[in-house]
Design a protein around this ligand. Sequence first.
Ligand code: HEM
Length: 351
Amino acid sequence: MDVYYKEYLGLEGLLNSQKERSKRHDETLFIIVHQAFELWFKQILHEFDSIIDIFSQDSFKEKDLGLCLSRLERVTKIQGLFLPHLEILETMSPMDFLEFRDEIRPASGFQSIQFREIELKMGLPKEVSTVSDRTYFLEKMIKKEDLDYLEGIEQEKSLFDLLENWLERIPFMLNERFSFWDQYKKSVEIMLASEELRIQNNPLLREFESKMQMESLEGTRETFDCLFSSEKYSSLGRRLSQKATLSALFILLYRNEPILHIPYKFLSTLMDLEENFTAWRYRHVLLAQRMLGTKIGTGGSSGAAYLKKSADNKKIFEDILNLSTYIIPESKRPLIPAEVRKDLGFYFEEH
Ligand code: HEM
């Protein structure tokens, strides 16, 4: 027999790698659920590495985006398994967990190097990841060789960086025949002016309500203004550059143009990726709360409170999600001249 199932899959090692430290029945489940996560993390990193490789190539063509998209979609399907995995773990009661919890201290998911690698490869900002800060807590919790490894990953280009570079390079809006942004600004002005009229003419609003709505409208107007002035844009404190933001917005607004289908799907899948991780983080907070209440974690953090803060702070593609601020109704969208539409449909200029 050339290829034997259990040897091919390395089952000998895999099925003997559950090293319980207690005699408690539920510890096996605890280990297997964590191991299942780590296997899926490995697959996610495999997909991320290939996407990063493709995006990093000098000859990156828009058709390569289709391959990156299918790999990113695979990652979002894998993420779909995460919440059910946590549900399986919740068949263990807090009391059963307490029976062996002391045996595993100070091991903690906090030390999952693959999870940290996923965060860094997606593009978690340095000031949030704190890998290179080597805080006392990090140095106590994570071995030096692992921190060195993660610091190396932190220096590399992340999905966020590569996405931003790609968006900044997209050529189609620079087409001289179509000054898209001037037209977009006009559409925004028309939309906001009709909104203003609606507020002024609404007989149901009392004076202070009308004033409040006008102030809020002014806020919206300023937010739109920020898009077009580099000075004002930097005051927004966004991470994604102004140029990349405008490209992404163009893709979202004209997603139905054939050439923009895949770029649109790619951006939309990145939003799924972000949402799924964030949902996992908040679900994990609830799990920790259910298992520990307000007790500290095995890793020594404040437990659920730490995790909640982490879920709030660790957003990577938030600027892409926030682009909805600038979406205008389809009916108010500037029309693309026929010759530009033809160009968009048939070729994508190389750079
Ligand atoms: C009984 C089940 C679980 C409990 C009570 C729990 C609790 C905690 C707590 C309290 C922390 C904060 C660090 C600490 O003080 O230890 C943490 C971190 C973490 N846990 Fe869990 N956890 C559980 C299951 C899981 C599972 C199944 C995974 C999947 C890999 C996981 C992944 C993580 C990760 C990645 C972190 C670091 C999060 C960050 O720093 O943002 N945990 N966990």
